[in-house]
Design a protein around this ligand. Structure first.
Ligand code: PLP
Ligand code: COI
Length: 372
């Protein structure tokens, strides 16, 4: 924070914690845990912090999860000044409650905030909001394969119709007990290649997690569903040649010689935390990872020639999902034998074992939430 030309670090926010007077009864929660999907079952509380141009960040609290009351002129409803994050909390093998690389989410959140002309939230306050909420709703972390998906987000909440950065914002965190992202669980997914729609142009917002990116992708995602696919993959907006990423995941290709290829993060794709972690794990395991452009033409040719053995999508929600087949306007092709291959399985296991505390956290990626 700059005051009178001097840089002063902001003191950490203190959270007021008001327990939900009507939490979901335990029996109902446990029943709901029996059929976990993605993003439909929400915990009892939420974290809130408000920002205004005159006060900065203030009024941090953990309170009962409840609807917002928003002025119809609120800027977010008109100009979509909104950003979000996604991370997960787990019960580790030793009983501790952990988050995976939340500092990376805090950093990326602020990168998104800068691009969307929103105020940055000090990392310590982002982390405190997430940790206080997960601590309060710890019983919402399912056992076994499930996890607690944590969704921090921020939106412009000034009642003003002029087009300029708003002067008031709400930062909020909600949690959802989740199972697999895809309905088929760990079954290989089928991908639709969007040749008509693109996701992000150079200089645009592709590298940020702003809601608008997802709004713009929905018609292509609908096209994917209409063609019997699970997800859409986008090509670059300039030439429509290079593979960029899926609607909500990064993408990797595994060649016969063991080389792994993944599109570079150069402004138009989201710098995924799962992506970054897998690249590091693969390299430490002796694999060659090339961050380079990979065209749709190469993809088709390599799948047909057999040079391409495996492909997978990755992200917090989806974890690591094998791509078994690809469809596009001109036809379809299969990758390898269409089943989850050994490299995908190895990398998935290496990642999940760290996230769930089954292997040593050599990298310091796991953050323990104390007091649970
Ligand atoms: N790409 C997009 C467009 C996403 O929405 C996500 C999900 O957050 C990812 C990639 C993967 O990012 P991460 O691994 O940080 O979850
Ligand atoms: C995530 O993985 O956290 C995302 O935000 C992606 C979305 C498809 C749920």
């Amino acid at each position: 924070m700059v005051k009178g030309g001097k840089t002063v670090s902001s003191p950490a926010l203190q959270f007021k914690i008001t327990p939900n007077a009507n939490p979901l009864p335990e029996a109902e929660r446990l029943k709901a845990f029996e059929h976990l999907g993605f993003g439909t079952l929400f915990s009892d509380h939420m974290a809130l912090i408000r920002w205004s141009a005159d006060r900065g960040w203030h009024s941090a609290e953990i309170t009962a999860r409840a609807p917002f009351s928003i002025d119809p002129a609120s800027a977010v409803l008109h100009y979509a000044q909104e950003i979000f994050e996604g991370l997960k909390a787990y019960h580790a093998a030793d009983g501790r409650t952990v988050l995976f690389r939340p500092e990376e989410n805090a950093r990326r959140f602020n990168a998104s905030a800068r691009r969307l002309a929103m105020p940055e939230l000090p990392e310590q306050d982002f982390l405190a909001a997430v940790e206080n909420l997960v601590r309060t709703d710890a019983k919402w972390i399912p056992d076994g394969e499930g996890s607690l998906y944590v969704r921090p987000f921020m939106f412009a909440n000034e009642a003003f119709l002029g087009v300029r950065p708003a002067k008031e914002y709400i930062f909020c965190v909600i949690c959802s007990a989740v199972g697999p992202y895809f309905k088929g669980g760990e079954k290989p997914i089928t991908i639709w290649v969007s040749e008509g729609y693109t996701r992000a142009a150079i200089g645009g917002t592709g590298a940020t997690k702003c809601g608008g990116n997802y709004a713009g992708s929905l018609v292509a995602q609908a096209e994917a569903y209409a063609n019997g696919c699970d997800q859409v993959v986008f090509l670059d907006a300039a030439e429509r040649r290079s593979v960029e990423e899926l609607g909500g995941m990064n993408v990797f290709f595994v060649m016969t010689d063991g080389t792994i290829v993944t599109p570079p993060v150069a402004g138009t794709i989201l710098p995924g935390i799962t992506r970054k972690s897998l690249i590091q794990l693969a390299r430490e395991d002796g694999m060659t990872v090339e961050e380079r452009h990979y065209t749709f033409a190469e993809w088709q040719a390599d799948a047909v020639s057999g040079k391409l053995k495996e492909a997978f999508a990755c992200g917090t929600a989806a974890v690591v999902a094998c791509i078994g087949a690809v469809k596009h306007n001109g036809g379809e092709f299969r990758i390898g034998d269409g089943q989850t291959g050994p490299v995908t399985t190895r990398l998935r296991t290496a990642l999940v074992d760290i996230q769930r505390g089954k292997t040593a956290d050599r990298h310091g990626w796991v953050r323990v939430i104390d007091g649970i």
